[in-house]
Structures are given as C-alpha cells and as structure tokens.
Design a protein around this ligand. Structure first.
Ligand code: IMP
Length: 417
C-alpha cells in the first residue's frame, strides 16, 4: 500500500482536524511526521471538543494505530496532559500509540530558551508559540539533542548535561519561564513515555506498508511555515511540506500515494510575518468573527485576508498535491463580493510567483460575486452558481480538483465530490 499525506497549504489552521475525522476511518495507521505542541488539531467527538497537540488524530478510532514519528518533537509535560485527558474520556491510549525512539524531546530549558530568544528579538519577534520548538530542533541539528531513546539509557545524566549547556546560554538572556517548577510534571511525563511503546517506527511503518496496511501521514502547521520555503524567518522549525513525511517517518518517496492539500477559502496567519492579502478592514474583522479565527494552542486572534492563489499554487507545487480540500467557505456567506489574489504587483510588473522579498509585493485581485445565502450540507449540485464559479476558477488556475468542500464546522456539512 501507499502512504497518503494530508497537509495544510497556507499558514496553518486550515481545518485539518475536521478533515482527519473524515479521512481516518479509511486508514490503518495515522502518523505525525513533524512539529510538536505548537500544533493544535481540534476534533469534536460525542459533543466533546478535543484539541490534540502531539497525538495523531487516529486516536479516536478503535482500530487505528497512531505513530509519533522521528520528525516530531515531544514535550513530556504537555504529552502527559493530553493523554490524561483522553484517558478521562475512556480512550485506551497506551495500546494505540507508538513513539519513535528517534523523536526529540522538548526540555524545560528549551522553553526558557524559546522565550529568551523571542524577548531578545525586540520588535522583530516571530510570534513563536513559545513551546520550545525552535530550540529543540536547533539542538537536533547541532547534534546536541535529547531523544526519546535516551529515556531507556542513563537518562538523568544525559538530561543534566544538556540542561547545563542551556544554563550557560540562558545566563546571557532575560526570561521568566520557571524551569524548576516545570520539571516535576515534565519528569512524570518522561515516566509515562517510558511505560509506552518506544520503537524504531521507520521499520514498523515500512513493514506495515509492505503487508498491505494503509498509512495517512498527518501534517501540522502549514506549507507557508516550512523552514525552507516559508517566509523565513517567520516560519516554524520543521519541514511542513510533503517531503517532510519521508524524512520525519523514514519512508521512501516511492511509497507516497495521494497528497491531500487543505486550504481555507480565505487566508489566515497567526504570529508575525508577511501576509500579502491581509485585510485591516471590516471584511477582515468579519472573517475573524464568523470563522472563529482564534488560535487553538495560544488563543491568539488570527490575521485574516483574501485567498492568495499565487501562494496556493506555490504550495501545490512544493507538495505535489493531488486533491484539494477547501474549508470554511461558509464564513463568506454574507459577503457581496469575494476577492482572490491572482498575481502580485512587484517592482513595476505583475508576477505570478512568490519572490524571496515577499514584503515588497502588492496583491492583484480578481473579483467574484458573493452568494449571500446559507449553503446546502452535502450536495455540490445544489450549491449556488456563484460558489461553483469560484471553485471552478480555483481548479482551472491550479490544475488540481477540489474534492472536498466544507460548508460548516459540523461533520455532516462536508461535500465530497
Ligand atoms: P513556533 O513553531 O512555535 O516556533 O512558531 C513559529 C511561527 O509559526 C509563529 O508565527 C507561530 O504563530 C506559527 N505557528 C506554529 N505552529 C502553528 C500552528 O499550528 N498553526 C498556525 N501557526 C503556527
């Protein structure tokens, strides 16, 4: 079997939680390949809202196995909190999760470093979630990281030597995060991880694929936050694109099957960084209000703006997207006019690519008539012609079919074509 990949095509928060709910029943294994507790995937089951940060979304399915791959970074404190909440809801967590021995661990001092570095940036802040993501990946690349497999070795000695290294750096910075206060629960999290299934997940996944099992690789954040191709330095510290699934799980590009790209019918961004189509007017405020655009991890309001086709095409190219899933189109139900950015005005000409100095671009828009009505739940044929025109324009421009259209937060408000 192939491994399919589901990922966000914008700046994260595209609505992956709802879609994994639609997709996971079709897969035997759900695998996270990058990111960590900076992510927040919101799923609603039996009228209870769950926000998953590190745990793959297959955890609510009776027969799915959930893999936390080597590319993920785990904060044991947050991981334990997540698990405790799921257990309280009667979910059998331990038997359904396997963790890569090669995944890196976020230490309390990584969180302090994240805060210290952000503080130090003054007005150039990235808007990090301050979950310790950047410093943990920094240590991974610097070959000074702490890995899950270390829990099975002389862990305290390795931990203390890393912590001392961090203390030397932190001595030069100001921060308020209390490392010692965090440590107690963090070590409880380490004990919990130690009691779970820690294996070399790359062998597991490849063996399962060979035996005919289906795998869904679940991305976090979004393509435009990718460390290589996002609007650097306003990015996260991992590879959020489809190639990240190969690196973050140990699978070959040859086994990759479909690449599902999720995007919102408009754009949002949380944290700092360029956002060419950002709206500072009433329309942007309405998108934020109707779309409930507030971060599920940090609660921060999300910046809102029109759909950016230049950015979307870039994301489709980088990921090799085979199917598009369009989310939250209902948020624009009351708008008289819908705009889509089709190019950028840049240094006196109109361009159709994202230049490296993206700050300098001005969007060029095409306008569409709004539909001004409530939308049917599950029939494409019954959609107003104005929406069909909008969707078909996106398909023509991108060359990729829009296979799923989400017309509301509820599970049944999902049009599958
Ligand atoms: P970090 O990954 O916490 O270091 O944050 C780096 C940037 O990515 C910041 O602008 C964050 O707001 C953004 N970011 C990180 N994770 C997410 C996410 O899951 N959704 C949306 N934005 C995110």
């Amino acid at each position: 079997m192939n491994a399919d990949i589901l990922l966000g095509l914008q700046w994260g928060d595209e609505g992956k939680g709802k879609i994994v709910d639609v997709l996971t029943p079709k897969y035997d294994i759900i695998a996270r390949f990058q990111g960590g507790p900076n992510a927040g995937h919101t799923l609603v089951f039996n009228n209870v809202k769950h926000v998953l940060h590190t745990i793959p979304s297959g955890i609510f399915r009776a027969n799915a196995m959930n893999v936390i791959g080597n590319g993920v970074v785990i904060d044991p404190y947050i991981f334990k909190e997540e698990i405790d909440k799921l257990v309280a809801h009667g979910i059998d967590v331990k038997s359904k999760i396997i963790i890569s021995s090669k995944a890196h661990i976020i230490m309390p001092s990584h969180k302090a470093l994240d805060e210290a570095y952000e503080n130090d940036k003054g007005d150039k802040k990235i808007g990090s979630t301050k979950k310790g993501i950047g410093p943990t990946y920094t240590d991974k690349i610097a070959r000074t990281g702490l890995r899950v497999g270390d829990i099975l070795l002389d862990f305290n000695a390795i931990y203390n030597s890393r912590k001392q290294q961090h203390a030397k750096i932190l001595a030069n910075y100001s921060y308020s995060f209390d490392i010692v206060a965090y440590e107690q629960k963090w070590f409880e999290g380490i004990a919990l991880i130690k009691s779970m299934q820690i294996i070399d997940t790359e062998y597991y996944i490849n063996k399962q694929l060979r035996s005919g099992k289906s795998v869904l690789c679940e991305g976090a954040q979004g393509t435009l936050l990718d460390i290589e191709f996002g609007s650097y330095p306003f990015v996260t510290s991992s590879n959020t694109i489809s190639a990240g699934a190969c690196v973050g799980l140990g699978i070959s590009p040859k086994v990759v099957g479909k690449v599902f790209g999720i995007f919102k019918a408009y754009c949002t961004r949380v944290g700092s960084g360029p956002f060419p189509t950002e709206l500072f007017d009433e329309t942007g405020a309405l998108m934020q209000k109707y779309g409930n655009e507030f971060g599920s991890t940090t609660g921060r309001p999300r910046r809102c703006g029109w759909l950016d086709l230049v950015a979307l095409k870039y994301a489709i190219m980088l990921n090799g997207v085979t199917q598009l899933f369009m989310m939250k189109i209902d948020v624009m139900n009351t708008f008289d006019t819908i705009k889509v950015c089709t190019g950028y005005s840049y240094k006196g000409e109109v361009i159709d690519y994202m230049p490296n100095d993206i700050e300098g671009v001005v969007p060029v828009y095409k306008e569409f008539k709004g539909w001004n009505c409530e939308l049917p739940s599950n029939s494409y044929a019954d959609l107003p012609q104005e929406i069909k025109t909008y969707i078909e324009f996106i398909e023509t421009e991108t060359g990729v079919p829009v296979q799923i259209i989400s017309t509301g937060p509820e599970r049944e408000k999902t049009i599958i074509r």
